[in-house]
Design a protein around this ligand. Structure first.
Ligand code: SAM
Length: 232
């Protein structure tokens, strides 16, 4: 069932289906671990295939990830980063999350799937920025925070000329409007967002695209308490 959904979905997206066995193994590990810890609220295998794997995969049709250094910020159980890496093996992936148990799970998955080059980091984004600012071609993030706050966590890690991609719902217009000031202050420039449909569903999602056009001033990111209390 999961294989069929992935086969049809990836074909609809004109993506290679070579990664299906790895995705199915990943889904098995996720289901097993989800019994003993809270990794994802999505349990049904068809929903995992569509709402996690195909939603992540759709990004490959909207943006060029080939050979790029990519960081997934607040990756949780690995979304969207791990499906992107499985389906586009040339990208160099760092998975970052503030919760150690989730990062342990990701390390196990990478070992099991022999994705030896994936770097799994247990750290908060704002702390990781202190030593790794402006080192990634692409930062990507799904379901972590509202855009003004998220931009401060993610944009400092992106190289000038690189891009921050935020996965949002199509109802995010207000959030987008509210993020203009933060994006400018952090050296970014909002591009036209791209809406897409997850194959096999009528769900419309949105990829918010923020180009990094200038260095982020050194005073950002601030400590999380400040970011939260006073979003830019
Ligand atoms: N991106 C995944 C997805 O879409 O399924 C996980 C989303 S989950 C709702 C949010 C994740 O962001 C959690 O795993 C949490 O630990 C992580 N997170 C929140 N704030 C963070 C921060 N400042 N730095 C790193 N990770 C953070």
């Amino acid at each position: 069932m999961m294989e069929t959904i992935l086969q049809e979905g990836l074909t609809a997206l004109s993506l290679s289906t070579d990664g299906i066995p790895a995705l199915v193994r990943y889904a098995g590990l996720l289901a097993e671990k989800n019994k003993v810890m809270n990794l994802t609220a999505i349990n049904d295998p068809s929903d995992v295939a569509r709402l996690h794997f195909l939603d992540s995969a759709a990004l490959l049709t909207l943006y060029n990830f080939q050979k790029k250094a990519v960081i997934d910020i607040g990756t949780g159980a690995g979304f969207p980063g791990l499906p992107l890496r499985i389906l586009e093996p040339s990208l160099r992936l760092t998975l970052l999350d503030a919760q150690n148990k989730r990062v342990d799970f990701l390390r196990d998955v990478c070992q099991e799937l022999k994705l030896e080059d994936v770097v799994c980091v247990h750290e908060r984004a704002e702390a990781f920025s202190l030593e790794h600012r402006e080192s990634f071609d692409i930062a990507v993030s799904r379901a972590v925070a509202a855009l003004p706050l998220l931009a401060e966590l993610c944009l400092p890690l992106v190289k000038v000329g690189g891009t921050f991609l935020a996965m949002k719902s199509v109802d995010s217009s207000q959030e987008l409007d509210a993020s203009g000031r933060a994006v400018r202050l952090l050296g970014g420039q909002l591009q036209e967002p791209l809406d897409y449909t997850i194959p096999g569903t009528d769900l419309r999602h949105r990829l918010v695209i923020i180009k990094k056009i200038e260095e982020t001033p050194k005073k950002y990111p601030r400590a999380f308490a400040k970011i939260k209390k006073n979003p830019l």
